[in-house]
Design a protein around this ligand. Sequence first.
Ligand SMILES: *Cc1c(COP(=O)(O)O)cnc(C)c1O
Length: 418
Amino acid sequence: MNEAELVETPAEALVSTSTGADWLSRYSSSLMGVFGTPQRVLVRGAGALVWDADGKEYLDLLGGIAVNALGHAHPFVTSVISSQLATLGHVSNFFTSPTQIALAEKLLAITNAPAGSKVFFANSGTEANEAAFKLARRNSSGTRTKIVALEGAFHGRTMGALALTAKEAYRAPFEPLPGGVVHIPFGDIEALRAAVDETTAAVFLEPIQGEAGVRPLSPEYLRAAREATNKAGALLILDEVQTGIGRTGKWLASEDAGIVPDAVTLAKGLGGGFPVGALVTFGESTSSLLTAGQHGTTFGGNPVATAAALATLHAIESQGVLVNVRNVGAHLRAGLSDVDAVTEVRGEGLLIGFDLDADIASAMVTAALDAGFIINSPGPRTIRLAPPLILTTEQADRFLDALPGIIRAAAQTAKDAQ
Ligand SMILES: *Cc1c(COP(=O)(O)O)cnc(C)c1O
């Protein structure tokens, strides 16, 4: 190829074409088995729709696990990313760039951060939580050793975030993990008050536990956590990696509790599909806990990632997306509550969990794919939806109309398997 041809070459020209089945066999010979077999090979997306290698269309009700806030291939986000990449792609943290600074300012504004608040950029949720873990370690000059997290918590897969994560199957193979983390019963205010003392560096909470099946903490619980941490001198750190950036119809899921946390972590939806994470620290004293040289990153805050996030926030704000999330979310939850086999519907905005009356959730994921819908099962009886925030009422109705058939097909599969 000459240089002119290279410029014209799309990514798909760099790979040979295969059918979905061929791709999956190539996948299993070349990729590490940590994810199991992927459900489909996806090649293209537009808004809330995606297409697989065999040309089948799906309505994406998972959005890359709460990541594709504006759906796939959003024209504005795509154009901002492309033009930033064509202007200046990476500079290292020896330097800064306008989009990095503008995004930090924007995050402080949308999180209502008080004077002295600051931002640290990372590339993922787990990295944002690693930064928060290190911040917590610097509380009281490092003399506090205990960190409190909740049963059911998911904070990521790197060693510090994994120490905060509760699930035994994720933790056990990698012990010993960074020490000092205790997990207390979910939503139990008395257990929280008993656990938080003057040896506690921080309390980590997800306002809604996503991986545990969309389990919300009450505003009272968040307020009690603020009170207990204030009293003990511990930091209150909210992991809004899944719940933040409009997912619940608000910038932060914790907004309604009326508290000011010490730090919030963000990632998933922040870059509209581009990898970007952030730790926002509230107030001068928390923001100065990590000093020059104590933390760092090569890619974090890179011009393209921060441009992607700026574009995402701008589109959410200027296109009335938060209102759409509240309306379509309420519509979807109401419709789900009317389905016979559905025993409980949880969540807020477009982060929705619902339980079935039998262990058919994983069979439902398969039946939904066959019917052209992408959904997720975080538990044997639980389905999670985290669609693009631009999902329309009509698209929600398409799923609600198909759901009884999906449930019947899944129940049949489960029966046949017995
Ligand atoms: C997804 C998630 C993480 C981890 O984010 P990664 O980008 O996968 O590292 C952390 N916390 C919560 C609440 C999440 O949902």
